[in-house]
Design a protein around this ligand. Structure first.
Ligand code: FAD
Ligand code: NAD
Length: 468
């Protein structure tokens, strides 16, 4: 039987990063992945393919709506070749997942293909798709089995017309009318992909605003932009039934007055969150406890109730984000190696890759109000920047929330072009506990979108931005 210092179950951004860090720290490491490709949800059916389609569809939208204003004329029709677009996405995924295979072999990590299932605290059975079985032994195990799409009890996901994000990433036709249940990250990102490609899109959201967990100002701005783009946003609607009649999907929902409303479309994307995945893991055999939400229960060191078994990423509590999973992978590897690492969960940024992009770090205004923290707010609109006018991306803002007494930055929230990248400045500033005045006194290159961060900091400091 092969024996290891560490066995990692699951090769998503949590698992593969944990494995690399373990190997870097001199631990003999194995990684077990159920599927034939490495990379988990993120690389195969999540972050990477969705961003590939967002980018492709963005090019198309620019070509048909924005090239002309830049003085670019296209003679003849601009057409979408969905098959080619999906093939390109698949090739981006393939290159990326192959990259993980390369990293595994470079770091001398043994890879096993098959379902990893505990036999005991230190033994894991691996069963391949062909039914071949072998057992390995590990001093420590890291559970990184991720998540799967969640649904509603009365919905039958038929994968044809009533679909999850996984199917939405490989549709064979552009829907005529895509109904999306859930105005969260997946619903808006994939909703925007298909709207750009020509579908009518209706998003049905239970809460009273899209992106309900982000800062209210971000929801408001994105709502304004999406309505301008003619996306239908039915907020405060509780879906009560979803039916595939063969040719169309009929959704019934209750609006906030309790009135029944019917939505009809040809596809329905269910995007109401994701649930932890532990099927086949046989956690019981190792004595590992799950909580009532199906997550693997862990302490602050991400250690389960069984001393030598840890769990990370989507299968444990916290934000379901790739970079959160990776940070946890590093933390556990370093803990096993005897170090004392730390994660600042308050500074895990959240990004929505629509256009305009939406990005946040730290506390929202709603959270500060609820915690009764005295704060001040400075906001600067993207439209006042020379860079925004040059590119034509004038929607959005940067908003900085700072402690009213100490001026320490407590939260930074953005909507706009490339804010997915801009949020890194906010994370660095907050990690070093910058005040709004600190940021306002740093030079920001001109012309850049980043100037909005400086201006919002000026607004939060003395309420006197320069360019407005
Ligand atoms: P996963 O990536 O889910 O990986 C778990 C792996 O474990 C899988 O490969 C699975 O096959 C394997 N596995 C499970 N059980 C077993 C077993 N018993 N034996 C062997 N293998 C097993 N996050 C972002 O930060 N940015 C984004 O832009 C983003 N976009 C997304 C877009 C979509 C459409 C979706 C669905 C998700 C997106 N996410 C994004 C979320 C991100 O994908 C997850 O947070 C991330 O993948 C979680 O990583 P993980 O390692 O915990 O689990
Ligand atoms: P989500 O939690 O972002 O959004 C789900 C939405 O569905 C919420 O707004 C919720 O109020 C709504 N909802 C729940 N029940 C409903 C009902 N019965 N009727 C109508 N609306 C209902 O989840 P998601 O968009 O499915 O994404 C799943 C996970 O994947 C998220 O945790 C997210 O972090 C991650 N993800 C991240 C990215 C990114 O980082 N850019 C992209 C995609 C997915």
């Amino acid at each position: 039987m092969n024996t290891y210092d560490v066995a990692v179950i699951g090769s998503g951004p949590g698992g593969y990063v944990a494995a690399i860090r373990c190997a870097q720290l001199g631990l003999k490491t194995a990684i077990i992945e159920k599927y034939s490709t490495m990379g988990g949800t993120c690389l195969n059916v999540g972050c990477i393919p969705s961003k590939a389609l967002l980018d492709s569809s963005h090019h198309y939208e620019d070509a048909i709506h924005h090239f002309e204003e830049h003085g670019i004329e296209i003679s003849g029709d601009v057409k979408v070749n969905l098959k080619k677009m999906i093939e390109r996405k698949a090739s981006v995924v393939e290159q990326t997942t192959k990259g993980i295979e390369f990293l595994m072999s470079k770091n001398k990590i043994d890879t096993y293909e098959g379902v990893g299932s505990f036999k005991s605290k230190t033994e894991i059975n691996i069963t391949s798709a062909e039914g071949k079985s072998e057992t390995i032994e590990a001093k420590h195990t890291i559970i990184a089995t991720g998540s799967k799409p969640a649904s509603l009890p009365f919905i039958e996901i038929d994968k044809e017309r009533i679909i999850t994000s996984t199917e939405a990433l490989k549709l064979k036709e552009v829907p005529k009318h895509l109904l999306v249940i859930g105005g969260g990250v997946i619903g808006l990102e994939l909703g925007q992909v298909y709207q750009r490609l020509g579908a009518e899109v209706t998003v049905i959201e239970y809460m009273d605003r899209i992106l309900p967990t982000m800062d209210g100002a971000q929801s408001k701005e994105l709502t304004k932009v999406f309505k301008k783009k003619k996306m239908n946003l039915a907020v405060s609607h509780k879906v009560t039934s979803v039916e595939n009649t063969g040719k169309e999907v009929i959704i019934k929902a209750e609006d906030k007055k309790g009135k029944e409303v019917e939505f009809k479309g040809d596809y329905c994307l269910v995007a109401v969150g994701r649930k932890p995945y532990t099927e086949g893991l046989n956690a019981d055999a190792a004595g590992v406890k799950l909580n009532d939400r199906g997550q693997v229960e862990v302490n602050e060191h991400l250690q389960t109730n069984v001393e030598n078994i840890y769990a990370i990423g989507d299968v444990v509590k916290g934000a379901m984000l790739a970079h959160k999973a990776s940070e946890e992978g590093v933390l556990v590897a370093e803990t096993i190696a005897g170090q004392k690492p730390h994660i600042n969960y308050n500074l895990i940024p959240g990004v929505v890759y629509t256009w305009p992009e939406v990005a946040s770090v730290g506390k929202t205004e709603e959270q500060l109000k609820e915690a009764k923290v005295e704060y001040k707010s400075g906001q600067f609109p993207m439209r006042a920047l020379g860079r925004s006018r040059a590119s034509g991306d004038i929607d959005g803002f940067v908003k900085i929330l700072a402690d009213k007494n100490t001026d320490e930055v407590l939260g930074i929230h953005m909507v706009g072009a490339r804010v997915a990248d801009l949020i890194a400045e906010a994370v660095v500033a907050m990690e070093y506990r910058a005040s709004a005045e600190d940021i306002s006194r740093m030079s920001h290159a001109h012309p850049t979108y980043a100037e909005a961060v400086k201006e919002a900091a000026l607004a939060a400091t003395d309420n006197i931005p320069i360019h407005i």
